[in-house]
Design a protein around this ligand. Structure first.
Ligand SMILES: [Zn+2]
Length: 704
């Protein structure tokens, strides 16, 4: 660490085709920001660059559908994304965009550097072309009928209903997702980057040289390298993007994954004239924060490009996070299963730190994790508010009540073991938090900060200054004891402000205001100090750091999430959010046949489903379809009339287990009152089958 003179941090460029959701934040922007704020507090030379990725086919498709230009699409989303980042206090030194001129020039120079060294392979190939939309089509943009399951909306690379891998040739009646035209084959020429030539070097640099990388990152890279690398086309046929800077390249642009990472270089150029120090000097530490879907591009392809260019430093680490699911289901922008940052800010104004807290303490650092609104509420109410907020509030209230609103003295003569222990805890918290952040373990680091507040609460509870205050008249050391407790708790509060600052910067600022101290107090070197607040200094009245989150707010969010869910109706609709040729979010929901409309969980929860046992059955007179069943539900025996007489003889079904809708309103059939309904499955031939548990369970058992 100390060998580095400067640090350059990048965070994945979000695609300017939609707003950012909390999965993006948890994946890379929040960890990057925590790391950067910590390094700034350490007074290290650090730059934090990012920007919007504004090229690629999905943007042209969206523009075509909305009847606007691609530039209008990216202008809209760039502004929205930038605003969301600012609202969440993601403290980029520059948030740029890849449609800027400087980026076009930087990317073209980069391409020419490799081209002039003869590093590209030029290859011709046959590709599908849409004559109506006048564009070549990636496999994903060709739809047709699946040869395996007859799904009419299978993609040219995969059928999402049956999961079969496909090629466009296998589709029945292939058509363009853009225009519905029948695709034709055309010859086209592209420039390929021969990744296989860098395989040996990558193995040495990454597999041998970076064993300290996170397991999820290292493992994925190793498996890519073990499977062998191949040439990859670095150009595309399109009118939207960075023109290939060669005379015979009309209608060709750089592949979006070639130009996007170069965006980090362009943004640094835009930020500072000293950009080359950050990109070309060996004593720079370059760190890429990304989500797991970008690992191959940042750990294999971009480093190989940098190596080939020869002038640039290589990443020191790529601490990629896994995915954050929402309420147990994968985030899907096409199904609108996401929590959008700009909407969160609207619904929870002033609560950006709460979201930062929840996303960090539940970060998918080593495996996919789940965000639920209940957990959001719990972490706010029982950790932030009741541990951290409560400690700070009690300290301020008691200091005003028992010490005249001023920082009391520390009386060395009566310091006891408990005082010494908490002082030692304050000092050791700094080292723990520091070490975890340097290892990119932000969850663990944040836990240590909260744990220190927890220890503060415990210390105050044991010292009970409010009880001691009752004996002020008869006990000469009572005031001294109160002073010591609150002196220590106040210094601890100041320490908490320093330690929480990288994670919850707004909270740290509020605490500064309460303590009436300048921002310099938040310098990291101050952590562990017991002299942050001067004796006799008067402090402000406490203000609430975190409010309670009410049940109703959580219910409303879950409702909003579920009611916003979009069922993909056509392949075309799904295509929009997909970045071509990358690992993408896939819609996980198969297209059901004759599906009923989506219901909310609450609708389902109204059903009282029970396992019952048929204890007797008899035919109903003059009704050849009906059987009268007597069903043991454990707590009672029900009479249910069921239309299954054509399928079963009464004597055959006695003793069978069934599932009963127990709270269905009673209904009279042929003069018999039926109290409930039994569930049956009907197969393709119209034959009925009982729905029942695999094993015998007690009568009356709930089904949910
Ligand atoms: Zn299929």
């Amino acid at each position: 660490m100390n060998d580095y003179k400067r640090i350059l941090v990048t965070a994945a460029l979000p695609y300017a085709n939609g707003p950012v959701h909390i999965g993006h934040l948890a994946g890379c922007y929040l960890p990057a920001d925590i790391y950067v704020r910590y390094q700034r507090a350490q007074k290290r030379d650090i730059k934090f660059v990012g920007g919007s990725d504004e090229h690629g086919v999905p943007i042209t498709i969206r523009a075509m559908k909305e009847g606007v230009t691609p530039q209008q699409v990216v202008d809209k989303y760039h502004a929205l994304i930038k605003e969301s980042m600012e609202q969440m206090n993601i403290s980029f030194d520059i948030y740029s965009r890849t449609s800027n001129k400087i980026h076009h020039e930087t990317s073209q120079d980069f391409f020419l550097n490799l081209y002039n060294k003869g590093l590209f392979e030029e290859k011709e190939s046959e590709q599908y072309y849409d004559e109506k939309a006048k564009t070549f089509l990636a496999d994903r943009y060709i739809v047709g009928t699946c040869p395996v399951c007859a799904n009419p909306n299978a993609y040219g690379d995969q059928c999402e209903r049956c999961g079969s891998s496909l090629s466009p040739e296998q589709l029945i009646n292939p058509r363009s997702a853009l225009s519905d035209a029948v695709p034709v084959k055309r010859t086209t020429k592209h420039w390929y980057f021969p990744l296989q030539n860098y395989e040996g070097w990558l193995k040495e640099w990454l597999i041998e040289g970076h064993k300290e990388w996170k397991n999820n990152v290292y493992g994925q890279c190793k498996s890519w390298l073990d499977n062998g690398l191949q040439s990859r086309a670095m150009t595309r046929d399109s009118n939207w993007g960075i023109k290939v800077p060669l005379p015979d390249a009309e209608g060709k642009v750089l592949y979006v994954w070639f130009d996007a990472p170069i965006g980090y270089i362009s943004a640094t150029k835009e930020l500072t004239n000293d950009w080359a120090d950050y990109w070309c000097k060996e004593d720079t530490k370059l760190v890429h924060f990304i989500g797991k879907d970008n690992i191959v591009f940042h750990c294999i392809i971009f480093p190989a490009m940098l190596k080939a260019h020869e002038n640039f430093v290589l990443p020191d680490n790529v601490p990629a996070n896994e995915f954050l699911n929402i309420e147990g289901d994968k985030v899907s922008t096409s199904r609108n299963w996401a929590v959008w940052v700009h909407e969160y800010i609207k619904d929870f104004p002033g609560c950006e730190d709460v979201l930062r807290y929840v996303l960090c303490s539940n970060a998918p650092e080593t495996k996919d994790n789940d965000f639920t609104w209940k957990d959001f509420q719990d972490r706010n109410n029982s950790e932030l508010a009741s541990i951290f907020g409560n400690f700070v509030n009690r300290t301020f209230v008691l200091m005003h009540k028992l010490c005249g609103g001023k920082v009391p003295k520390l009386h060395e003569d009566i310091i006891d073991e408990k005082d010494k222990q908490i002082i030692a805890d304050i000092k050791s918290a700094k080292e723990k938090v520091e070490s975890f952040i340097e290892q990119y373990k932000f969850r663990d680091a944040l836990f240590e900060v909260i744990d220190l507040a927890r220890k503060g609460n415990k210390y105050m509870q044991e010292k009970e200054p409010w009880i001691v205050a009752k004996s002020l008249a008869e006990n000469v050391t009572a005031q001294k004891s109160i002073d010591n407790c609150l002196h220590i708790c106040l210094q601890l509060t100041a320490n908490l402000a320093v330690l929480i600052n990288p994670f919850l910067p707004t909270t740290a600022k509020k605490m500064l205001h309460m303590m009436k101290v300048v921002e310099k107090v938040l310098d990291w070197e101050n952590a562990g100090s017991m002299k942050l607040l001067s004796v006799g200094y008067s402090l402000r009245a406490p203000e609430l750091l975190f409010r309670k989150i009410e049940d109703a707010e959580i219910v409303a969010q879950v409702e909003k999430l579920k009611s916003g869910l979009v069922k993909p109706e056509s392949a075309t609709q799904n295509v929009e959010s997909i970045k071509p040729n990358t690992v993408t979010e896939k819609s996980v929901e198969p297209l059901a046949l004759n599906a009923k409309p989506v219901i909310q969980y609450d609708d389902f929860a109204k059903l009282d489903l029970r396992v019952g046992k048929i204890v007797a059955a008899e035919k109903v007179e003059k009704a050849d379809k009906l059987l009268k069943l007597f069903i043991d539900l454990g707590f009672e025996t029900r009479t249910i009339v069921s239309g299954i007489a054509l399928h079963f003889k009464p004597e055959e079904i006695v003793g069978k287990q069934v599932v009963v809708v127990a709270n269905l309103a009673p209904r009279k059939m042929r003069g018999i009152e039926s109290n409930g309904m039994i569930l049956m499955a009907e197969d393709v031939n119209g034959k009925l089958h009982f729905v029942n548990p695999e094993d015998t369970v007690n009568a009356g058992a709930g089904v949910n």
